[in-house]
Design a protein around this ligand. Structure first.
Ligand code: DI6
Ligand code: FE
Length: 399
């Protein structure tokens, strides 16, 4: 593939963090096939690229393409009614215990064909693509039986073939306890068998769980993680979202890639994450939708130098959100992250949360997954609400 050079742009490289956004004014970015070959001030462009084809960006801002590192974007049915019930006074946990919530999506997802799951997910995925997303994590977890967990993961793999994006799958069999079975029996007799079956079909990139009063205990999650370990699969966990059960420390003890939500995380959990190199994934869409007031412990996370990633948590219940730009804004307004922290959270740190070292930054050798924006300064991406300044998305060097 030919070498080409993006010129007349500002590059927000989001690499070392030595300067704000690792910003380069009047930058040149050299693309060689799927990779970035060089980035720096245009005035220092190496002579070997002098005759390469130039693409004038008219002063636009170029950032790494966006990464949504936590989504449940494949689901059946619709939960608008539940949204309405909550506004009429019912609580999220109350609805869940009454068989609504996650379980109503389980019923609808079991009833849906593979094709309808894909057809319904694609418009949501396309909304993210239209904002510069090139990599998305997609979880199972609305099947809670082998057949439907596999169907969801096959949908996720198919979406990767239908769109110019990268999909990383997470097996989330331990998401909720299905009706008419106790949690221990579900873990041992269904969930773990489903994980083996999904892994045998190469459908699993990572193993996730929901450690919560309305879901599974740390001991139950540990049994799933033991299987993940035996299959050489990385783990991550929905932990301390509604209460503190010590899920984060458990996940960290398995070297988890990330601990997600973490509103109720305590210092012991922060210390465990720091020791294991686990990334914090915070989800302002769920915080907002559930009108949560307990903030993740940002001061402690920063003090421990734990990288913070952000994601949509796109799901039909607690976060019907398919905008990473709105996620940026929410993270700044609700979580008081700086616009730079927020942007690193959906690029550099989101890549880390997925265990990917080849994307999320503009640097030589990384994938040429880039987003070109009609803005002057990167803070504008987080500042505006309901506005999409994407000019161009570049996926694997494809201009
Ligand atoms: N935490 C969440 O926020 C989602 N799953 C989870 O474990 C909620 C999923 C849903 O309500 O459908
Ligand atoms: Fe989630």
């Amino acid at each position: 593939m030919a070498v080409s050079v993006l010129t007349n742009c500002t590059a927000a490289c989001l690499t070392t963090g030595e300067t704000p956004y690792d910003l380069i004014d009047d930058a040149a970015i050299v693309l060689d096939g799927k990779l970035i070959a060089w980035v720096g001030p245009a005035a220092s462009l190496p002579a070997e690229y002098a005759s390469a084809q130039k693409h004038d960006q008219n002063g636009a801002l170029v950032s790494p393409a966006l990464i949504d590192c936590h989504t449940h974007i494949v689901w059946g049915g619709n939960r608008a009614r539940e949204f309405e019930m909550r506004l009429n006074g019912a609580g999220y946990e109350e609805i869940a215990r009454a068989g609504g919530g996650i379980l109503s999506t389980v019923t609808a997802t079991r009833d849906a064909s593979l094709k309808s799951l894909i057809d319904n997910a694609l418009p949501r995925v396309d909304t993210l693509i239209a904002e510069g997303m090139t990599t998305i994590e997609i979880k199972s977890g609305y099947g809670l039986d082998t057949e439907t967990e596999l169907k969801m993961l096959r949908a996720a793999r198919t979406i990767e073939r239908l769109r110019p994006i990268r999909v990383k799958t997470s097996f989330l069999g331990a998401h909720a306890v299905p009706p008419n079975i106790d949690a221990d029996a579900y873990i041992d007799n269904i969930c773990i068998l489903a994980l083996h079956a999904a892994h045998a079909e190469n459908l699993v990139d990572c193993v996730d769980g929901f450690c919560e009063g309305i879901a599974f205990t740390p001991a139950q999650i540990a049994r799933v993680f033991d299987v993940a370990k035996s299959l050489d699969l990385p783990v991550k966990l929905h932990a301390e979202q509604l209460s503190n059960l010590g899920g984060t420390a458990l996940a960290a003890s398995y070297g988890a890639l990330s601990a997600d939500h973490i509103e109720y995380l305590d210092q012991a959990g922060v210390d465990a994450m720091a020791a294991s190199g686990t990334i914090a994934v915070v989800l302002p869409g769920a915080f907002y939708t559930l009108r949560e007031t307990q903030l993740p412990p940002f001061a402690a996370l920063r003090a421990a130098n734990i990288p913070i990633a952000l994601a949509t948590d796109a799901n039909p219940g607690s976060s019907p959100l398919t905008s990473l730009l709105l996620t940026l804004n929410m993270a700044c307004t609700l979580f008081r992250l700086t616009p730079e922290e927020a942007l690193r959270g959906i690029t550099q740190n989101a890549a880390r949360a997925l265990g990917l070292s080849d994307c999320g930054e503009i640097a030589a050798g990384k994938r040429a997954d880039l987003a070109v924006w009609n803005v002057e300064h990167p803070a504008e991406l987080a500042y505006r609400i309901g506005f999409n300044p994407l000019k161009q998305r570049i996926f694997a060097g494809q201009l």
